[in-house]
Write a protein that binds this ligand. Structure first.
Ligand SMILES: *Cc1c(COP(=O)(O)O)cnc(C)c1O
Length: 456
């Protein structure tokens, strides 16, 4: 198909939406390391995980060999409300940059929660409902995950309890109200409601909280209330599995028009959108059918891939969760206040960590102010007001396109535009007023939390 025939927006038909999620672990030679019991350091069994997680999700979590998991019809019918999501050819951005590169982005901000997180939220809520549970508990940092889960729970009639990192709770009252509109209860974390919350408050009075603290509280809340389980919006294998819908759709649309990306870029917080976007492409590469450059983009203020260590660590600050082998800055790492709230997690998906460790993926870190420069540039040419998290990918996509301009190479770039930034206007305000700063942790700070890694 000739270049001119490629439309601005490449929508798939509903009938072209994937029927199954793709599990990239099935094609990995080196599988991600198993979750370990924090007490015995033995791999967690399904039985040990069952007080915390839903049964079907545990099955998905532990399955490293099944390549495809059929998407239940009820989840597909929910997906139809906002999927297939558009794959956009960024003609205006290309024009403005005067680059020979072709730039595409897969836009996940077209739903009320405003991000890709809804793709996994509906799946997790569905399996909780199937199991006959009353409700689910979770944490939320910037608020996108909590919002997505609240929407999914409202749709299925499940109770939803959200522990929201206290700074975000105070800074983002509108996010909080969206969650309450969808019927969720929202508690600022750390709170006095849980034992772990009380302990953290005693040790760090006045703390604004962190994702790691909120996870500990949500897990405790699930374990101590009958009929509840804990669900997590990123990092876990099951979440990457659900998010593969992003990559499967992107690949189907590109294949339809005969386009092959050379470089695939995504922002990385816990790794779910990036993992989901790259999975089907990485699968081809692992099977020796194609090769791509994959680039993970993380904030310089929370650089797990580029400055962390590949080791077993706790997933939460309260150290109640299983140990995961991942690139980590240490579970005690408290990232400096940063406006890309969704990227402030100390660890990284074990699947992506293994792929990165095996040299199958690259990673770069970028500074907050340059990310907002890219966000504003993009908003002015492509119209969409991007989330700060997503703008990390925009920044590197622009860098790669400018490199093509220098070398004259006509590379095809695909990046994940994970969401919109309407709830981040305080951050944009700081940027416009010249009050935004870049915080980069020192080697000493990172070393101090790495020194606390558990001995496994
Ligand atoms: C949560 C979030 C991210 C980061 O999470 P991942 O699990 O790394 O994908 C990125 N973008 C947006 C808009 C988010 O809400």
């Amino acid at each position: 198909m000739s270049e001119q025939k490629i439309p601005y927006k490449m929508y798939l038909e509903e009938s072209e939406m994937p029927l199954a999620w793709y599990n990239v672990r099935a094609d990995m030679k080196n599988k991600p390391a198993p979750l370990l019991n924090p007490g015995t350091h033995k791999p967690m069994t399904a039985e040990e995980l069952s007080p915390v997680f839903c049964d079907e999700l545990i099955r998905q979590e532990l399955d490293d060999t099944t390549a495809y998991f059929p998407i239940p019809e009820e989840i597909r019918s929910f997906y139809r409300m906002y999927r297939p999501s558009p794959l956009v050819r960024a003609y205006c951005l290309e024009e403005r940059l005067q680059t020979p590169a072709k730039i595409y982005y897969k836009f996940e901000g077209n739903n009320t929660s405003g991000s890709h997180k809804l793709n996994s939220a509906i799946a997790q809520a569905y399996y909780a409902k199937q199991q006959g549970l009353k409700g689910v508990t979770t944490e939320t940092g910037a608020g996108q995950w909590g919002t997505a889960l609240a929407m999914a729970c409202a749709y299925l009639g499940l109770d939803c309890k959200v522990y929201m990192v206290k700074v975000s709770y105070e800074q983002k009252p509108f996010r909080r109200e969206v969650m309450r509109t969808y019927g969720a209860s929202v508690t600022p974390s750390p709170s006095m409601d849980t034992e772990v919350g009380r302990r953290i408050l005693a040790e760090h009075p006045g703390t604004g909280g962190s994702l790691g603290c909120a996870i500990s509280e949500a897990v405790e809340a699930a374990e101590t209330q009958p009929g509840y389980r804990y669900v997590l919006g990123s990092v876990l294998n099951q979440v990457l599995l659900h998010q593969s819908v992003i990559g499967l759709e992107a690949k189907a649309a590109l294949d339809k028009y005969g386009v092959r990306p050379d470089i695939i870029i995504g922002c990385a917080g816990g790794g779910s959108n990036l993992g989901g976007l790259i999975s089907p492409f990485m699968g081809e590469q692992l099977r020796g059918e194609a090769s791509y450059r994959f680039i993970a983009v993380e904030p310089a203020s929370c650089p797990s891939f580029t400055r962390g260590r590949f080791a077993y660590d706790f997933c939460d600050t309260g150290k109640v969760c299983p140990l995961a082998k991942m690139y980590t800055l240490g579970s005690g790492f408290m990232p400096a206040p940063n406006h890309a709230g969704g990227l402030r997690y100390h660890g990284m998906s074990p699947v992506l960590s293994q792929l990165y460790h095996d040299g199958l993926m690259e990673a770069v870190s970028v500074k907050q102010t340059e990310v907002f420069e890219a966000a504003e540039y993009f908003a002015r040419v492509e119209g969409i007001l991007p989330a700060p998290e997503s703008s990390h990918a925009i920044k590197v996509a622009i860098d790669e396109a400018l490199r093509c301009k220098e070398t004259g190479e006509e590379k095809t770039i695909l990046f994940g535009l994970t969401g919109t930034g309407y709830f981040d206007m305080l951050a944009y305000e700081k940027f416009h007023d010249g009050k935004m700063t870049d915080y980069i942790p020192t080697d000493g700070e990172i070393q101090a939390t790495l020194d606390q890694l558990p001995q496994v």
